[in-house]
Design a protein around this ligand. Structure first.
Ligand SMILES: [Zn+2]
Ligand SMILES: [Zn+2]
Length: 304
């Protein structure tokens, strides 16, 4: 190959790489059309006194998207729940820890939305990021609610409801009515774990698989594959926020609050981004099949 030919070939390769890389960028400056939403600068921290504390703090991300956080005074796990409205259905992801008034709190949010939209009722689908008790304890109350379907939490039931054919390898779409959600199976923390990507807001919900805290890994091979699938799924997509189910991390990098902490006055923000997903994927791949506990800036990999 002549020097000129080599130069041309190198230029062509560079252009090809740039073209592939460019697909991951969004056209500026419209944010690729994702609908905006608001997250609090700081969640209301539970305590130091629990007198008069509400069971849930409700954050209106936008009119069709609500985030509920259970108070540490109700349960130290302080899990997050997510309520997403479409034209035909409203999806509740998770029902919280312990016995609470979650049915009433969610009911009031749905009634308020129906009132603003001049509607009488809407079907409520209660699904779960995964089957652990701190995310499913409110299920029974919803089973007695009208126009409500509560999904079972086995992988088979979850796969069947959302229409997976090759769990966990395929990705499926679930439509709430003018609002498409992508559902990705991500076993590893728990066998029925899913991630949900809301195309409308670009928010990726990741349950206990990725959040600012201790990422407990029960099935290491499955977890590694799930994170790799999430990286692939998000390639070239707008990821406004990665929202998981807990905050255990402090604002000070690498430090967390001990298990059981109620009052977390200096806790990390809930929201992460695709960068942290890539960081997690990279750390897992470096461990090359034998996972060990590793603290990173915003979370800790914690094989069980
Ligand atoms: Zn869990
Ligand atoms: Zn949890």
């Amino acid at each position: 190959m002549t020097a000129v030919a080599r130069l041309l070939r190198a230029t062509a390769l560079l252009c090809a790489c740039f073209a592939v890389g460019a697909q991951a960028q969004t056209p500026e400056p419209d944010g690729a059309g994702v609908l905006p939403g608001a997250l609090p600068r700081q969640w209301q921290v539970s305590g130091p006194s629990c007198a008069g504390a509400a069971t849930f703090e409700v954050q209106r991300y936008n009119d069709d998207f609500y985030i509920l956080r259970e108070s540490g005074c109700a349960n130290y796990e302080k899990p997050f729940l997510f309520l997403l409205f479409g034209a035909d259905k409203v999806l509740l992801l998770d029902t919280g820890a312990g016995k609470t008034d979650v049915v009433e709190v969610v009911g009031r949010l749905i009634d308020g939305w129906l009132g603003r939209h001049g509607r009488d009722s809407i079907e409520l689908i209660v699904a779960h990021t995964h089957a652990h008790g701190d995310h499913t304890s409110g299920d029974d109350g919803f089973r007695r609610r009208a126009r409500t379907r509560v999904l079972d939490t086995t992988p088979a039931a979850v796969a069947d409801f959302f229409g997976f054919r090759r769990w966990p390898d395929d990705t499926v779409t679930y439509d709430l009515g003018g609002r498409a959600l992508d559902v990705i199976a991500i076993p590893g923390h728990e066998p029925s774990s899913i991630a949900v990507y809301d195309r409308q807001t670009g928010v990726l919900l990741t349950g206990d698989t990725l959040y600012p805290g201790r990422l407990y890994v029960r099935d290491a091979p499955a977890f590694v594959l799930s994170i790799a699938r999430l990286v692939e799924f998000t390639r070239g997509k707008v990821v406004a926020h990665v929202l998981g189910n807990h905050i255990e991390q402090r604002r000070t990098p690498y430090l967390d609050y001990a298990v059981g902490t109620v009052h977390q006055p200096d806790e990390h923000a809930l929201e992460l981004g695709r960068g942290q997903l890539l960081e997690l994927d990279g750390a897992l791949k470096e461990m090359n099949g034998s996972l060990r506990r590793m603290a990173l800036r915003d979370f800790t990999i914690w094989p069980k």
